[in-house]
Design a protein around this ligand. Structure first.
Ligand code: COA
Length: 163
């Protein structure tokens, strides 16, 4: 069985992430979506909320599992029996950071590879912080996040407490 792992902070999941998830799920038999705990970045949504959003928005995608992890990504990949890390590339500005991540992970675990999917141009500008900022000011986020989580994103973003 070919498994892949798609890691990230998903604070919150966006339509850009969902596009990568849908396409990645076609490439593997099981896709593990791994939400980073203990991120150095401040987050607006708790890990449980981020997992809840991901489960809602992927409910119609078969063979997807949502988990959280706190240590090294490569250790998480091994724990879930995958040697394929999937990452999205939005623009050339992502490349340097992603290359460093992929090469570090390769050094840590030579048997693990990173596969990049190019983000749909429609979402190339999108990031979770853009969503948090627009939602915090009550702007329209319907083009940025899946419809089923819009209200929950507004509720928290308008209060603006970070965790
Ligand atoms: N659509 C929309 N947004 C996207 C996107 C897409 N397709 N792809 C990335 N992004 C955005 C995210 O929303 C996020 O935006 P934000 O900064 O505004 O919140 C940004 O790109 C990058 O986030 P993300 O993909 O979640 O990566 P990250 O840098 O937060 O985390 C990990 C990357 C989890 C893979 C990495 O930190 C990790 O592996 N950590 C574990 C520790 C480890 O193993 N370290 C050793 C390797 S150095």
């Amino acid at each position: 069985m070919r498994k892949g792992i798609y890691p990230g902070s998903f604070d919150p999941v966006t339509l850009g992430h969902l596009d990568i998830i849908r396409r990645a799920s076609e490439l593997v038999d099981e896709l593990v979506i791994a939400v980073l705990r203990n991120n150095a970045k401040k987050s607006l949504f708790s890990v449980e909320e981020r997992i809840g959003f991901l489960k809602q928005v992927t409910a119609d995608i078969p063979r997807v599992k949502v988990i959280s992890f706190g240590g090294l990504l490569v250790d998480c990949a091994v724990e879930y029996g995958t040697r394929t890390i999937i990452r999205g590339l939005r623009a050339v500005t992502d490349f340097e950071y992603e290359l460093q991540l992929a090469q570090t992970n390769k050094r840590l675990r030579p048997d693990i590879d990173t596969v990049f999917l190019t983000t749909n141009v429609e979402y190339a500008y999108l990031s979770s912080s853009v969503v948090r900022e627009i939602a915090g000011y009550g702007g329209d986020i319907s083009h940025f996040v899946p419809e089923c989580i819009i209200e929950d994103v507004y509720k928290k973003a308008k209060r603006g407490e970070e965790v």
